[in-house]
Design a protein around this ligand. Structure first.
Ligand SMILES: Cc1cc2nc3c(=O)[nH]c(=O)nc-3n(C[C@H](O)[C@H](O)[C@H](O)COP(=O)(O)O)c2cc1C
Length: 454
């Protein structure tokens, strides 16, 4: 249930301060990945073909290549993958018109009802999050990470589908998105689907099959008018035994998603990102992230992060080397090596202190209203997702950084405290040059006398 605006706003400000504090999360028992909650036979998103290729878009973004595997094309905090996708398919797509729930582990779309009679050609993808697993891992720090994760997933899907001219909306009303996706509103959930781990919708993505005059917000409203079809087959969790952190995270995400502007922005692919880049994207191991990247490549990825969304926080790059500093696309913000401070702020992840470069998204003041908290985190995750794809295409190594404690960048730079906080990060590194064939080999170790003869 969402709360009255003033109470919701105050609750969110307090929860944001808590998530950013040094309070260590309480250990909550591990929550295994739940079974896919929607029953019925699934269809291949490849279907019989169509202008909007849902098979390619989903395969390059959300699909788990191995049923039990943790690896997916999209990054996720703790590899917990809390994002689910619902497909609202009109004519001109690779699936027949209708509502579907997407199962990333089987790469199948499960039908959940018909489409509105006047659905325009193209498809919506509604992204939701289920909080239980991320909360079990990160406790009271989980809910901003769930927003960042949803942003990464939006970027992955938008980049995968970009040739079709995708539009992305990060600020649609959560209750409206629930209705469009055929999910019960928070108030009805307990009565209709008691105890089911709720899906909280945060993002809408529009994949048009042809540029037309239809506004996506209007056609989402037509989807929302349809009945909430087919019950979830999910086994109830017992609401009474919910850890308080989980109940709080669900409430906070419902509050943050209430109210709307429904603004839609295009999602171009930065050159030279290709389908193959999206297939290859991985987060490098922290120990492989210390080689300095070429400054011009850092500048290009920084410009991509900065320009990915008009509604996102600002970005800066902390670099070391001969001229250490904090750089922006408009010039230096500060001199000196910020990386050791960033390592301390990022829950003490020491490797960040020597990472090749660290991009940080910053803004979202302590007293930010709910809409700004939502857009700052969703857009920062989105921008980091696009930037990671760009870095991959440029041959750089990278790793998102989502845990930030007491990271008041503005105060550290001499401004009033509380106005300019780090909300997300992306470490970048170059690839050490492979040794050239003509270079002398290192001296062989002295014979030990133990080697077997061939
Ligand atoms: C929102 C978000 C926050 C993350 N935060 C961290 C972090 O603080 N430290 C870290 O080492 N990795 C972090 N990661 C990287 C994940 O651990 C990584 O994406 C996950 O293990 C899956 O691996 P992959 O990116 O190679 O698919 C984060 C990823 C995301 C999307």
């Amino acid at each position: 249930m969402t709360q009255a605006p003033a109470a919701a706003s105050e609750l969110l400000s307090r929860a944001l301060a808590d998530a950013r504090s040094s309070r260590v999360p309480r250990t909550v028992p591990y929550v295994p990945e739940r079974a896919f909650p929607w029953g019925g036979p699934g269809l291949s998103p490849a279907g019989t073909g169509g202008a909007v290729n849902l098979d390619r878009g989903l395969r390059l973004s959300l699909a788990a290549p191995h049923r039990a595997g943790r690896l997916r094309p999209v990054a996720s905090a703790g590899a917990l993958h809390p994002v689910q996708a619902h497909l609202l398919v009109g004519p001109g797509c690779s699936l027949p018109p209708g509502r579907y729930a997407y199962d990333p582990r089987t790469h199948r779309a499960h039908p959940r009802g018909r489409a509105p009679a006047d659905a325009p050609s193209g498809a919506f993808v509604i992204l939701t999050v289920t909080a239980a697993r991320t909360v079990a891992h990160y406790g009271h720090r989980a809910w901003p990470l769930l927003l960042l994760d949803a942003g990464h997933a939006a970027a992955a899907l938008a980049l995968a589908a970009a040739p079709e001219g995708v539009l992305v909306c990060l600020d649609a009303d959560g209750a409206g998105l629930s209705a469009a996706a055929g999910l019960p509103r928070a108030a009805e959930r307990q009565a209709r689907w008691p105890g089911v781990d709720p899906e909280l919708p945060l993002v809408a993505i529009w994949l048009p099959s042809a540029r037309g005059s239809v506004h996506p917000t209007a056609s989402l409203t037509a989807w929302a008018a349809l009945p909430c079809a087919l019950t979830s087959a999910s086994r109830p969790d017992t609401e009474n035994a919910l850890p308080p952190e989980l109940a709080a995270a669900r409430q906070l995400l419902a509050n943050v998603a209430a109210g709307s502007d429904s603004t839609w922005h295009p999602a171009p692919r930065p050159a030279p990102v290709t389908d193959e880049t999206l297939r290859r994207r991985r987060s490098a191991a922290p120990s492989d992230l210390s080689h300095p990247p070429a400054p011009d490549l850092v500048a290009r990825v920084l410009a991509t992060a900065e320009g990915a969304r008009p509604d996102g926080p600002a970005w800066a790059a902390a670099v070391g080397g001969d001229a250490p500093g904090l750089l922006t696309t408009d010039g230096p913000l500060a001199s000196g090596d910020a990386r050791p401070t960033l390592a301390r702020w990022a829950a003490g992840q020491q490797w960040i202190g020597t990472a090749g470069a660290v991009l940080v998204a910053h803004g979202c003041p302590a007293d930010a209203p709910p809409a700004l908290i939502r857009s700052s985190h969703l857009a920062a995750g989105y921008a980091a997702g696009v930037a990671q794809a760009h870095a991959t295409a440029l041959g750089l190594r990278s790793r998102p950084i989502g845990s930030w404690q007491q990271a008041d960048l503005g105060a550290a730079l001499g401004d009033d405290p509380g106005h300019d906080w780090i909300v997300h990060g992306l470490a970048l590194a170059g690839t050490p040059k492979p040794r050239h064939q003509d270079e002398p080999l290192p001296a062989p170790p002295p014979p030990s006398g133990k080697e077997e003869r061939p």
